[in-house]
Write a protein that binds this ligand. Structure first.
Ligand SMILES: Cc1ncc(C[n+]2csc(CCOP(=O)(O)OP(=O)(O)O)c2C)c(N)n1
Length: 580
C-alpha cells in the first residue's frame, strides 16, 4: 500500500512548510513518528494525518515519546522521528535527545518554534514569544547538529541533511527547529534537496596487518566488544575472529550480545560492575582489542593508564576523535567501521597459524570457578538476581528484547540474563544512564518488533520516572512483560552513600505503592511476588499470559551490588566488601 495518498495531496502550488516536512518523511519511508503534541507542531501533525499512512505514536510525556523513539530506532535500525512542541516540549525532550547522542542512536527531532517575528533573537530580553526557548543553543552540545530554519526555501534540503547526518558515521540525534510561520508559510521555489552519500573511512590495511601479527603472537588476548559491534552488525565477524583464534570476549553494557553469553569464550560484562573474571582477564591480557567501544570509566575504572598490567592495547573505532582523544593510551588505532575492520582482520588472519593459548583459557576458567557471579544467600524474599535468572530460564523464545532502568537492576540484568545478538537484545541507557528509559523504550521496541518477546526489568525508582506510560501500553495493547524489582530503595545510590558516608539520605526505605494494583487500575494484569518459595512458579505463569503484565517482585532490600570496581583501583582489584 503506498504511503502517500496522492488524491489528497494539495493539488495546487504553492506548498506549505509542513508539507515539505512530510515529503521528507515519505522520502525516507518513515512509518511511525513519536510525538507529544502542542500548538507549534500541530501543522505537521495535520499533514501527517491527512496526507499519509504514517502512524502517530503519542505516549504521555515527551520523555515517554523520546525513549519510545530510541527503542524503536535501536530495534528497526532505522532513523526514528521524534516531534515536540516549543518551550516546555523542547526542555522535556532534552534528556532522551542526550541519551540518543551518547548512545549513538539515529534520531531526527522536529521541534516547533514560535514564529520568527516573535523570536527573541539577539535582544537582551528573556523571552518574546509564548513558550519560546532557544532550542538550537540548548541542543547544540547534545546533537550532531541543530538547525533553525527561518527560510522555507531551505526546508527540503535541511530535512535531507538531518536524515543524512543522523545515520552517517557515528549515528546520533539531529534537531530541526521550525518556526510556526515556516511550517504554515507557502512556497513554490524551494531548493531541491541535494543527494548525499556516506563515505566510510578507508580500512587501513597496514594497521590491520599489524594487528593480525599481534594476534598471532599474543599469549593472553582479550577482545572488549562495545555497542559499535552491534550497531555495525559485526557480531558474525567478531564470532569468527574469537572462535577461530580462541580469544575470550568481554563486553560493555551496550555491547552485550555481541558475543553470546552462553558462548564458551564469553566473559560477560566488564568494568565497574562486570564480572571479576572479565576484569582480571582484561588486566592480565597481553593484547586487549577494543572494538566499537569508548573505554570509558564504567568499562576500565578510574585508572585508564593502568587498564592492562603489561600488554598492548589496540582499538578499532569509527570515530576518529575517539581515537585521537582516547582515555586509555593506545598502541594501535584503527579508524574504521567495525564490520569492515573485522572482515579485513579475519582475511589477514587466514594465513596465520592459530597460537596455542590453552594456558590462558585455563587460567580464565580458574578465575570463573573462584569468582562466580554472586546471587546472594537465599532468604524469604527473592534475590533480584534470582528473579532475573528465573525469567531467563522461563523465556526461551527465539526473539527477546530486554529493557532496563538504571540502578543495581541494570547491572544485574547483563550479569544474569543471556544475550545473543541479534536474537536476544539488551536496550539500556548506557552513556547518559537515565532512569525512566525502561518502560517507554520497551514500548518503542515492541512497536518495532511486534513478534518479539519484550521484557522490561525495572527498579521501583526507575519505574516511577515514566510510570504514566502504562497508559500507552494499554492503549496500544502492547504485550510487554514488566518485571518490577522493588527493594524500596534507590539502591545503587544508597549503596554508594553507605559505602562512603555510612548512611543513605533520600535513597533508602522508600514508600512504594502497590504497583500490581496500579497496573490493574490502568487495565493491565498485575501480579505480586513476595516470597522466594513460589517466585519461579508465579513468574512462569505470569510470563505465559497473553498480553501485558506487570509483575511486582518484592526483592531483598539488603542485597548489594558486589563485587564492584571502586575508584582508585585497578581492574584486578574489585571490592567484595559490603560491611559499609
Ligand atoms: C533521571 C535520573 N535521575 C537520577 C539518577 C541517579 N540514579 C542512578 S541509579 C538511581 C537509583 C535507581 O533506583 P531503582 O530504579 O529503584 O534501581 P535499583 O538501584 O534499586 O535497582 C539514581 C537515583 C539517574 N541515573 N537518572
Amino acid at each position: 500500500m503506498p504511503l502517500v495518498q496522492p488524491e489528497i495531496r494539495p493539488a495546487v502550488q504553492p506548498v506549505e512548510g509542513a508539507d515539505l516536512v512530510l515529503d521528507a518523511f515519505l522520502r525516507h519511508q518513515v512509518k511511525h513518528v513519536f510525538i507529544f503534541p502542542g500548538g507549534t507542531i500541530a501543522p505537521i501533525l495535520d499533514r501527517i494525518e491527512k496526507r499519509s499512512k504514517i502512524e502517530i505514536v503519542c505516549p504521555r510525556t515527551e520523555q515517554g515519546a523520546g525513549y519510545a523513539a530510541l527503542g524503536y530506532a535501536r530495534m528497526t535500525g532505522e532513523t526514528a522521528v521524534f516531534m515536540v512542541t516549543s518551550g516546555p516540549g523542547v526542555t522535556n525532550a532534552v534528556t532522551p535527545i542526550a541519551d540518543a547522542y551518547y548512545d549513538n542512536i539515529p534520531l531526527v527531532v522536529i521541534t516547533g518554534q514560535v514564529g520568527t517575528g516573535d523570536m527573541r533573537g539577539d535582544l537582551p530580553v528573556r523571552q518574546r514569544g509564548f513558550q519560546e526557548v532557544d532550542t538550537v543553543e540548548l541542543m547544540k552540545p547534545i546533537t550532531k547538529r541543530a538547525f533553525l530554519v527561518k527560510d522555507i526555501r531551505e526546508l527540503p534540503d535541511v530535512m535531507e541533511q538531518a536524515f543524512f547526518l543522523a545515520r552517517s558515521g557515528r549515528p546520533g540525534p539531529v534537531v530541526v527547529d521550525l518556526p510556526m510561520n515556516v511550517q504554515r508559510g507557502a512556497c513554490d521555489d524551494w531548493r531541491a534537496p541535494a543527494k548525499r552519500t556516506e563515505v566510510l573511512p578507508f580500512v587501513p590495511q597496514d594497521k590491520i596487518e599489524t594487528l593480525a601479527q599481534w594476534i598471532a603472537e599474543a599469549e593472553r588476548p582479550v577482545v572488549l566488544a562495545g555497542g559499535g559491534v552491534i550497531a555495525a552488525n559485526a557480531y558474525q565477524e567478531l564470532r569468527e575472529l574469537a572462535d577461530r583464534f580462541r580469544i575470550p570476549v568481554t563486553m560493555s553494557m551496550p555491547g552485550m550480545g555481541a558475543y553470546p553469553s552462553q558462548g564458551g569464550l564469553s566473559l560477560g560484562l566488564c568494568g565497574y560492575a562486570g564480572s571479576q573474571y572479565a576484569n582480571l582477564a582484561m588486566y592480565k591480557s597481553d593484547l586487549l582489542i577494543g572494538i566499537g567501544t569508548t573505554f570509558h570509566l564504567r568499562q576500565t575504572g578510574s585508572l585508564p593508564d593502568k587498564t592492562v598490567e603489561k600488554g598492548r592495547i589496540a582499538r578499532i573505532d569509527l570515530d576518529v576523535n575517539e581515537l585521537r582523544h582516547s582515555r586509555v593510551p593506545l598502541d594501535l588505532e584503527i579508524n574504521a567501521d567495525a564490520k569492515a575492520a573485522l572482515t579485513a582482520l579475519n582475511r589477514a588472519l587466514q594465513a596465520k597459524p592459530v597460537p596455542n593459548n590453552a594456558a590462558w583459557l585455563n587460567r580464565i576458567e580458574g578465575w570463573k570457578a573462584t569468582y562466580p557471579l554472586l546471587t546472594g544467600k537465599p532468604g524469604k524474599l527473592p534475590k533480584p538476581q534470582a528473579v532475573i535468572e528465573a525469567v531467563n530460564t522461563a523465556i526461551r523464545d527465539s526473539k527477546v528484547i530486554v529493557t532496563t532502568g538504571v540502578g543495581q537492576h541494570q547491572v544485574w540484568v547483563p550479569r544474569h540474563f543471556d544475550f545473543d545478538a541479534p536474537s536476544r537484545t539488551l536496550l539500556t541507557s548506557s552513556g547518559h544512564g537515565t532512569m525512566g528509559f525502561d518502560l517507554p523504550a520497551a514500548i518503542g521496541a515492541k512497536i518495532a518488533h511486534p513478534d518479539s518477546t519484550v521484557i522490561c526489568f525495572v527498579g521501583d525508582g526507575s519505574l516511577q520516572m515514566n510510570i504514566q506510560e502504562l497508559a500507552t501500553v494499554v492503549e496500544r495493547n502492547l504485550d510487554i512483560k514488566i518485571v518490577v524489582l522493588d527493594n524500596h530503595a534507590l539502591s545503587i545510590v544508597a549503596q554508594f552513600q553507605r559505602q562512603n558516608w555510612k548512611s543513605h539520605p533520600a535513597c533508602g526505605d522508600k514508600y512504594n505503592p502497590d504497583f500490581a494494583a496500579i497496573a490493574l487500575a490502568y487495565g493491565i494484569v498485575g501480579v505480586s511476588i513476595t516470597a522466594q518459595d513460589d517466585m519461579a512458579k508465579k513468574l512462569g505463569s505470569a510470563l505465559k499470559h497473553k498480553g501485558p503484565v506487570l509483575i511486582h517482585c518484592h526483592v531483598d532490600p539488603e542485597e548489594d551490588l558486589l563485587p564492584m570496581l571502586l575508584g582508585g583501583h585497578t581492574l584486578d582489584d574489585m571490592s567484595h566488601d559490603s560491611s559499609f
